[in-house]
Design a protein around this ligand. Structure first.
Ligand SMILES: NC(=O)c1ccc[n+]([C@@H]2O[C@H](COP(=O)([O-])OP(=O)(O)OC[C@H]3O[C@@H](n4cnc5c(N)ncnc54)[C@H](OP(=O)(O)O)[C@@H]3O)[C@@H](O)[C@H]2O)c1
Length: 253
């Protein structure tokens, strides 16, 4: 006989909605605000077997639906946080499409979301194209006391200790209300360990990657783990699942 206390709900296909409606639902369902820092949402993708990369990059796990959700989130948040390991490995661009830039401006935001990174030892490659383009403002939080020669739209913010908490507090002071952290796994694990991640929007891509010792979406001790997360929303787009979680045990900087 089955356990009467255990209940299930089918993830049945319903009327299809766009990525914008998924993101509106996610953004409307905020974890309780924590004073002194932005609402911080992790945006990550993994294969069905948990791998966070294919051949050292996340792009191989992507799909049109996943890209629509990522780019849609960039359109809607006040700023992005991306670790230097990811910026160096992926060398990606966060530049939006013209209609997304227009939507941001119409909503009273800058045309492109500012990009923040935390690099205690300035391990960020100063030649990254992203740091030299003319459209994206970047904030580089560091505790390394040496010059970092980059483009005019990059502000290097020196902190006595370049912790995620100190960076988030500074972003909050600059008016950032909602922050999307696009990884990578080391920086995201640090946010979780320090109680600074509010939510996670995880794409599960319909891929098996295989191999041993995979890089997963968290690389690092998260302290007092395993941690429970609360499932808030589920969507299916193509063969991918989109899972919105709230984290518990969150803290102010
Ligand atoms: N599947 C996905 O969704 C996804 C998303 C993003 C990236 N990735 C993949 O992940 C890989 C990169 O991962 P990663 O973990 O090396 O890069 P990362 O998390 O982007 O950056 C790691 C770096 O962050 C800095 N950092 C600053 N504060 C930190 C702290 N408190 N704790 C730990 N690190 C801190 C460190 O550099 P300093 O020593 O200079 O401080 C560290 O080396 C790439 O292969 C990328 O493709 C996958």
């Amino acid at each position: 006989m089955s356990d009467p206390d255990v209940a299930f709900a089918a993830l049945t296909p319903g009327a299809s909605i766009g990525a914008g409606a998924v993101l509106d639902a996610v953004l409307a369902d905020a974890a309780p605000a924590v004073p002194g820092r932005p609402r911080t949402i992790g945006m990550m993708v993994a294969g069905v077997d948990g791998h966070a990369t294919v051949d050292g990059r996340s792009g191989g796990l992507g799909s049109p639906e996943d890209r629509a959700v990522f780019r849609g989130m960039r359109e809607r948040v006040d700023a992005l946080l991306v670790g230097p390991g990811t910026l160096n490995a992926e060398r990606y661009s966060t530049v939006l499409d013209p209609h997304q830039r227009e939507a941001r401006v119409a909503a009273g935001r800058s045309a492109e979301p500012p990009l923040a990174t935390i690099t205690r030892g300035l391990t960020l490659d100063p030649d990254l194209p992203l740091l030299h383009q003319s459209v994206v403002d970047a904030l580089v939080y560091t505790e390394a006391d040496r010059p970092f020669d980059v483009g005019d739209r990059v502000e290097v913010v020196w902190l006595p200790a370049a912790t995620p908490a100190a960076a988030l507090a500074d972003l909050h002071r600059r008016g950032v209300g909602t922050l999307a952290c696009e990884g990578g796994p080391s920086l995201l694990a640090a946010l979780v360990a320090d109680g600074l991640l509010d939510e996670l929007l995880l794409t599960v891509s319909p891929l098996l990657v295989g191999g041993v010792d995979p890089l997963t979406i968290l690389a690092g001790d998260i302290a007092d783990g395993p941690r429970a997360v609360g499932l808030r929303g589920t969507w299916r787009g193509g063969g991918s699942l989109f899972l919105h979680y709230h984290l518990t045990d969150r803290r102010s900087p």
